[in-house]
Design a protein around this ligand. Structure first.
Ligand code: ATP
Ligand code: MG
Length: 631
């Protein structure tokens, strides 16, 4: 067996011994007495009897060895700020924030909702909560009052931490009025609101409720707040999924298992070296931001960059400028962001010295081969796709180069990560598909490894029925993604289980058709959905963002490109997969986290109500689809 195959097998066959070893990667106040309690499936309790603290592991434990090393690098191209905090400075700021939260009456187990732009204070707030055993619930700063109100109601926070405003593309986006409106809409009213005043927008303050961070900080400049040692199973945070397939689910995470899972992934997957710099371009409102902007890199003793701004402003070289300036070694982004860069001047990539960079990790959406090839050629470093979910907290499928160097295959996120007992299941029969190249639902045998969701916040029944009871006769975790495994054990994600198109009895993954369409040189982005058809049951409809759309106002040019794209699909997949129509749009409907909202496109095409759109980015995109389709 190869080194990784061996490592993986042990993680499954000798689960407790394996994870007991990984537990040594973090500091414990009290050692666990039981590694995994799986006496009540599917609920798994990791490191029972152990006590620890996430903030201690991310900050305090580095003070002795690397107190003066960079810890948090905050860069805003929106306000032209750049602030670098050493571990010692971060330690001080987190204590000031923790002291302020305590002064506002926050107690262990209370929820603190964080509705913030990408500023350093947002990370202070998260770490401060962890420090005092409060449960944070970060809500993406780009959400408006409706989405925020439902999260306030669900999390019932004692305190909300927020700011006067964020800024996007040079435009100030006030937060405070949205927060006030959300609190007005919500049945639950937080006792206090802690506000970071960036002096970007004026704020109407509610006396007795609203507090100024700068003032409280001043009062607690030197207050010592020790870490609260909490049980390993103590809830560290709740966070909502992206809402791509419907109403978002409130994922609940523990403390000890999460800390170990992140420490292990930083070593085995991201090959972290303390003292180096990690740059994740995500947002703290998403799981990637939790795991790989804030906790993971800091736990590993790395500096982490928190960037407020667009990838294209002042120009599309800004990321590479940051890589050069801070000698970033590991970078994490999403295919959707890379596709944005692909449309920009490629010379900007060559302008900077990015020789420090060792790998780029991409997750969140299928990485099409064309995009992967383009960014790989441009950067000259390994591009490492990784597949996971808000629910799992860290990658399910990728390459563990820290255990053993292995080649990536374009189009595949890789192999199952240690701890994840991944199985492909035939959704009709519930049988496991053991052979190569068979399409099935990607599922995981319980217990889920450390770091994954404990349950759905305040809804154990939903946790069991949604995730574990969807395959008849089996208690198995369903990812609701469709996949295939090749002869070498590499998985390919074919799309979501509700994104499968059934054309005249042929089941096609939307992903396969999209992959084929994106190989056309003039295609920047594409979404394929299945639309009800009287004759064939369903037909595929493609919505394409062209790289060069200048000629597409001409009917003839549009028809030619449509025909060319159909020919590509015919050639690669066969006529059965050929989309009935190819429509050209300026942008595609996406969630704020950058995921294609195929279900919304499909609903509009079929004249149905598109459902929960609270996490949608630009409503204009869906409007465009509607217009095209009703023409
Ligand atoms: P919801 O569950 O609320 O509908 P969501 O599934 O989009 O929203 P996330 O947890 O942010 O919420 O996204 C996880 C999903 O993203 C995965 O289930 C998968 O469909 C997709 N995904 C993530 N990474 C990859 C990847 N590397 N390749 C293919 N798909 C990916
Ligand atoms: Mg999901």
């Amino acid at each position: 067996m190869t080194a990784y195959a061996d490592f993986y097998r042990r993680s499954i066959d000798e689960r407790d011994a394996f994870w007991a070893e990984q537990a040594a990667l973090i500091d414990w106040k009290t050692q666990p007495t039981q590694i995994c309690d799986y006496s009540k499936p599917p609920f798994a309790n990791w490191y029972v009897g152990g006590t620890t603290n996430l903030c201690h592991n991310a900050v305090d434990r580095h003070l002795a060895k690397r107190g003066d090393q960079n810890a948090l690098i905050f860069v805003s191209t929106e306000t032209n700020e750049e602030r670098v905090y050493s571990f010692r400075e971060l330690h001080a700021e987190v204590q000031r924030m923790a002291a302020s939260l305590l002064a506002l009456g926050v107690k262990k187990g209370d929820r603190v909702l964080i509705y913030m732009p990408m500023i350093a204070e947002a990370a202070f707030a998260m770490l401060a909560c962890a420090r005092i055993g409060a449960i944070h619930s970060v809500v993406f700063g780009g959400f408006a009052s409706g989405a925020l109100a439902s999260r306030i109601e669900d999390a019932t926070p004692h305190v909300v931490v927020s700011a006067d405003a964020g800024s996007r593309g040079g435009k100030v986006v006030p937060y405070k009025p949205l927060l006030d409106e959300a609190i007005r809409l919500s049945a639950h009213k937080p006792a206090a609101v802690l506000l970071v005043d960036r002096k970007l927008a004026t704020m109407d303050l509610t006396a007795g409720r609203d507090h100024d961070w700068a003032t409280l900080r001043e009062q607690h400049l030197n207050t010592v707040v020790p870490c609260e040692w909490v049980d390993s199973t103590h809830i560290s945070y709740t966070l909502y999924t992206s809402g791509t397939t419907g109403k978002p689910k409130g994922v609940q995470r523990d403390t000890g298992g999460y800390a170990v899972a992140l420490a292990a992934s930083m070593q085995h997957i991201f090959e972290a070296q303390p003292g180096e710099t990690y740059f994740s371009t995500s947002d703290i409102g998403w799981v990637v931001g939790h795991s790989y902007i804030v906790y993971g890199p800091l736990i590993a003793g790395m500096a982490t960059i928190m960037y407020e701004g667009l990838p294209t402003r002042p120009d599309a070289g800004i990321w590479w400028h940051l890589v050069e300036k801070y000698k970033v070694t590991r970078m994490f982004s999403a295919p959707t962001a890379v596709r944005v860069l692909k449309k920009q001047d490629p010379a900007l990539l060559k302008k900077y010295d990015i020789s420090s960079l060792k790998a780029l990790y991409l997750a969140g959406e299928p990485l099409d081969e064309t995009t992967a090839q383009w960014i790989s050629d441009s950067l000259g470093v390994p591009i490492i796709d990784n597949y996971w979910q808000t629910e799992t907290g860290w990658p399910i499928l990728t390459i563990a180069n820290g255990v053993q160097k292995a080649p990536s295959k374009f189009g595949s996120p890789g192999v199952p990560m240690y701890g994840f007992d991944v199985r492909l299941i035939d959704e009709n029969t519930g049988e496991e598909l053991k052979g190569a190249n068979q399409k099935g639902v990607v599922t995981i045998e319980g217990p889920l490894p450390p770091g994954c969701l404990q349950t759905v916040w305040r809804d154990d029944a939903r946790f069991v029925s949604t995730y574990w009871k969807s395959i008849p006769g089996k208690l198995v975790y369903n990812t609701f993604d469709w996949g295939i495994r090749d002869e070498d054990g590499y998985f390919f994600i074919l799309g979501r289980t509700d994104d499968v198109i059934n054309v005249a009895g042929h089941r096609l993954g939307t992903r396969e058709i999209e992959e084929s369409i994106s190989s056309h040189p003039n295609v920047a982005e594409v979404a394929v959905v299945g639309v009800a058809d009287q004759l064939k049951g369903q037909v595929a409809m493609a919505f394409v963002v062209a790289k060069d759309a200048s000629a597409l106002s001409e009917d003839a040019a549009r028809l030619k490109l449509e025909g060319d794209i159909m020919k590509v699909v015919d050639g690669q997949l066969g006529a059965v997969a050929r989309p009935a129509r190819v429509f050209f749009v300026n942008l595609l409907p996406k969630t704020r986290s950058g995921k294609l909202l195929r279900r919304a496109i499909q609903a509009v095409c079929e004249g149905r109500d598109p459902g929960d759109l609270t996490t949608m980015d630009d409503p204009g995109a869906l409007q465009q689809v509607r217009q095209l389709f009703t023409k």
